[in-house]
Write a protein that binds this ligand. Structure first.
Ligand code: PLP
Length: 392
């Protein structure tokens, strides 16, 4: 059978997630007994805090194991609204919030409900791997605006404005950023929001790493002004803050008609996020979870540790990331550089260190390391990387 012929044409242009692929390769080598150190994952290495697990157990034992309302249980939608109010002084009604199986699902739903074929969406590179694919799956056209290390991993406003056309529907912003760890300055976000107002565009603000800012404070774009809020959809979730990636629980907050459309779509796809995960997330958002501060402090230490080791490597160019848990390194000046893909393939085969090449993020010439790993692994991994470079 020629299964390719049976597949929808849209699959021909879909690239699988490169980060998940590299991670799977690293896990396979590990299962063969090889001492692979993986810095390729996008998830905290900590266990989910015990109070959250306890809340899930209670939920299961007390029969909270049925379908829930499509946009999530009302208590959780309220808790998310309370979090926006508490952290960023921005008001949302529960009807302006939808809970889903991860921030990823809500970004996907959002693209499906706002994009018509041919609509353009501005995405900043380096970008999170899924944005262009989600846009394409909805019939949209990703328009990439570059923001490399030269501009601190933030594209200039002039470059963003130059990319706007009559067909532009939205701009996707991600601060703190994956893969660069950049935290966009408040003034910049204010000006970007104003640009969206001036050109009547939607702003999709992926703030999934908002709890992981090490210098300064996170800026919630929707809190900047009422005009910006009314055109912004904010994405968030518990995956990164509470080390709950496997629970699949995230949210979107935005104008009620858009959230309603996303709910209608969700009612025909997943129905609702897992009831148990919703009760677990509720505990995370409404109880005092001491592990949160502990994890934040650990990430900051690891960031400093990794940065310090790698800044010394000949040919590497990097800037201290202010948030998330990634370092994005410019390796174009390293000895023997050809492509980042080749660099990462050799690093894995020769030194058993897994990293993600910049090509995956639309930024050839760079590679990404996650520091959501033990400090001892960071020290050993950096040693192996330095050794690898010294040999070239
Ligand atoms: N946005 C960014 C930038 C991410 O890095 C991730 C996860 O890696 C997500 C969204 C989705 O997170 P989740 O679906 O686990 O909530």
């Amino acid at each position: 059978m020629d299964y390719q012929k049976l597949m929808a044409a849209r699959m021909a242009q879909l690239a699988p997630s490169a980060t998940l692929r590299i991670n799977a390769l690293a896990k396979e080598l590990q299962s063969q007994g090889k001492p692979v150190l993986s810095f390729a994952t996008g998830e905290p290495d900590f266990p989910t805090p015990p109070q959250i697990i306890a809340a899930a157990e209670v939920a299961m034992r007390s029969g909270k194991t049925k379908y829930t309302a499509t946009p999530g249980i009302p208590e959780l939608r309220r808790a998310v609204a309370d979090r926006f109010r508490r952290n960023y002084q921005v008001d949302y009604e529960p009807a302006e919030i939808i809970i889903g199986a991860g921030g990823k699902q809500e970004l996907y739903n959002l693209c499906q409900v706002i994009l018509n074929p041919g609509d353009e969406v501005i995405i900043f590179s380096p970008y999170w791997v899924s944005y262009p694919e989600m846009v394409k799956l909805a019939g949209g056209i990703p328009v990439i605006v570059e923001g490399g290390i030269e501009t601190g991993f933030v594209p200039t406003l002039a470059a963003v404005e130059a990319a706007i056309t009559k067909r532009t529907k939205a701009i996707i912003v991600n601060s703190p950023n994956n893969p660069t760890g950049a935290v966009y300055p408040r003034d910049y976000l204010q000006a970007l929001g104003q640009l969206a107002v001036n050109y009547n565009l939607l702003l999709v603000s992926d703030e999934i790493y908002d709890d992981l800012v090490y210098d300064g404070a996170h800026t919630c774009i929707a809190a900047l002004s009422p005009e910006i809020r009314e055109r912004t959809i904010t994405i968030g979730g518990v995956s990164k803050s509470f080390s709950m990636t496997g629970w699949r629980l995230g949210w979107a907050a935005g104008p009620a008609p858009i959230i309603k459309a996303m709910t209608d779509l969700q009612s025909h796809s997943t129905s609702n996020p897992s009831s148990i995960s919703q009760y677990a997330a509720l505990a995370g958002l409404t109880q005092d979870i001491p592990e949160l501060a502990m994890m934040q402090a650990a990430f900051r230490r690891r960031r400093d540790l990794m940065f310090e080791q790698l800044a010394r490597v000949k040919g590497f160019s990097l800037i201290l990331p202010q948030g998330a848990f990634y370092l994005f390194i410019d390796l174009r000046q390293t000895p023997g550089y050809t492509t980042s893909e080749e660099f990462c393939a050799q690093l894995l085969s020769e030194q058993l260190v897994a990293a993600v090449p910049g090509e995956a993020f639309g930024a050839p010439g760079y590679f990404r390391l996650s520091y959501a790993t033990a400090e001892s692994d960071i020290i050993e991994g950096c040693r192996r990387i330095a050794e690898f470079i010294a040999r070239r």
